[in-house]
Ligand binder design. Structure first.
Ligand SMILES: Cc1cc2nc3c(=O)[nH]c(=O)nc-3n(C[C@H](O)[C@H](O)[C@H](O)COP(=O)(O)OP(=O)(O)OC[C@H]3O[C@@H](n4cnc5c(N)ncnc54)[C@H](O)[C@@H]3O)c2cc1C
Length: 416
């Protein structure tokens, strides 16, 4: 066991939320430790689309130019694919920057984006503990201790203890764990499990991001960096079990009684239930393996509880049907860091910062969490995909309106 120096803040998790918070705090002169359990670069279940409303923030974080260089094409159309239905409508213009610049979102692989953000945090002075898992948080007077474990090939687990007055939980919401900020494990038939893959050589229109609606789930497709198509979806646990059983009982070439893998079952379901997907992926090649995660945990949680601040999915999560999770992660990390940087030290200062941060979080994100829940409920309900198909065929502007409601054009406060 090793004990290390004290920091001003310890950030647990280096996804977009943790990196954004750590980077901003480090730029304000704080000494920051980031603890991340995975080695980077790593791929992640995510559609990888980022709204243009984040560009001002990416510029403030000083990674805007690198993001512009790497990200895929501008997404100027929002679409809807379900069964034989294919509808397109204009994506609303976020109008950030000079005319005709940066008004539209783009997609960048999480292997690239997360490494870019973490490198920027490192350059700003954050100390990075990776791959290290945070396993315990406990009190030490006005300080808190975080025990972290790294795996050593020769000596097994190595444990280190970090100390700081400020703890930021940025560990996401999809994995249960022992930390007081982590959610309990669930296993319910209506849980939504996340899947994602990259393909190269697809024929999806480069400026189109279609929403996919299919029995038991929803998803999306978008062209990301280096010609990779990112396809991701959420599917109900009970539907997935049924698909695996059915595929394993002789359909699709699988051996009788031998369930196919979850990824194969999801892929076949997407191909069979959305003509737009099978057309776009006709002749395309899988790039890397399918990834799975979840169940996802949409909802609004406490932003500050038990003297732990939460950002990103740990604070609250919208159904990914609106593709706003990265925005909420980046922006909540920034909002919290801004409150903390101006707050007096000590518990009372943290509590006041926690209250202000929670009010700002809810003002900025609650509407999109509720809007996403309403759209997801429609997509997942009985006959939902067919109902949505009729609605958007008759009223394609609903897609543009939905993109507005989901926050795609809403500027980050304090940046414009
Ligand atoms: C199918 C699907 C598609 C999606 N598509 C989009 C999209 O197109 N656009 C969009 O904006 N959002 C999308 N999202 C949502 C988005 O992926 C998440 O909202 C976003 O990743 C949340 O960021 P975060 O930083 O809060 O958490 P995460 O990105 O989950 O990062 C958490 C980090 O913490 C680390 N960690 C966890 N536990 C510990 C621990 N104990 N110790 C140390 N490290 C730890 C993890 O390794 C991870 O790196 C999608 C989600 C799904 C399921």
């Amino acid at each position: 066991m090793r004990s290390l120096s004290t920091h001003d803040a310890i950030v647990i998790g280096a996804g977009p939320a943790g990196a954004s918070a750590a980077l901003t705090l480090a730029r304000h002169g704080w000494s920051v430790a980031i603890v991340e359990k995975s080695a980077f670069p790593r791929r992640k279940v995510c559609g990888e689309y980022i709204s243009a409303s984040n560009l001002a923030l990416l510029d403030r974080l000083e990674i805007g130019d690198a993001w512009r260089l790497d990200a895929g094409p501008e997404i100027r159309c929002v679409g809807f694919f379900s069964g034989e239905t294919r509808v397109e409508a204009p994506m609303p213009d976020a109008k950030y920057g000079p005319p005709a610049k940066d008004g539209f979102g783009r997609a960048l692989g999480r292997d690239v984006l997360d490494a870019l953000l973490l490198q920027a945090a490192r350059s700003a002075g954050a100390e990075i503990f990776q791959p290290c898992r945070a396993v315990v948080i406990d009190r030490d007077g006005d300080m808190q201790r975080v025990r972290i474990q790294s795996r050593d090939e020769n000596s097994g687990d190595e444990t280190t203890t970090l100390r700081a007055p400020v703890i930021v939980a940025a560990h996401g919401s999809w994995e249960p764990g022992p930390l007081p900020s982590q959610l309990e494990k669930t296993s319910r038939r209506w849980d939504l499990l996340g899947f994602k893959a990259h393909f190269t050589g697809s024929s999806l229109a480069p400026d189109l991001m279609p929403l996919l609606a299919f029995p038991g789930g929803y998803g999306g497709m978008v062209l990301a960096d280096r010609g990779r198509l990112s396809i991701s979806c959420c599917i109900r646990r009970d539907m997935l079990a049924r698909l695996r059983r059915n595929c394993g009982s002789g359909h699709d070439g699988a051996e009788r009684g031998c369930p196919v893998s979850a990824a194969d079952a999801v892929f076949h379901h997407l191909m069979a239930s959305c003509r737009g997907v099978s057309d776009a992926l006709d002749g395309a090649r899988l790039d890397g393996r399918w990834l799975a995660a979840g169940p996802i945990r949409p909802g609004i949680r406490a932003c500050y509880e038990k003297d732990i601040f939460r950002v990103g999915n740990a604070a609250g999560e919208s159904h990914p049907i609106i593709a706003e999770g990265i925005s909420m992660a980046l922006q909540s990390g920034w909002l919290l860091a801004r409150e903390l940087a101006g707050a007096p030290s000590g518990r009372a200062g943290r509590e006041a910062a926690g209250r202000r941060y929670q009010a700002a979080w809810r003002g900025l994100f609650s509407t999109r969490v509720y809007a996403a829940a309403a759209i997801a409920r429609m997509a997942l309900g009985p006959g939902g995909p067919a109902f949505m198909a009729v609605a958007v065929r008759n009223f394609p502007q609903a897609l543009t309106f939905g993109a507005h409601m989901s926050g795609k054009t809403r500027p980050v406060p304090g940046l414009t």
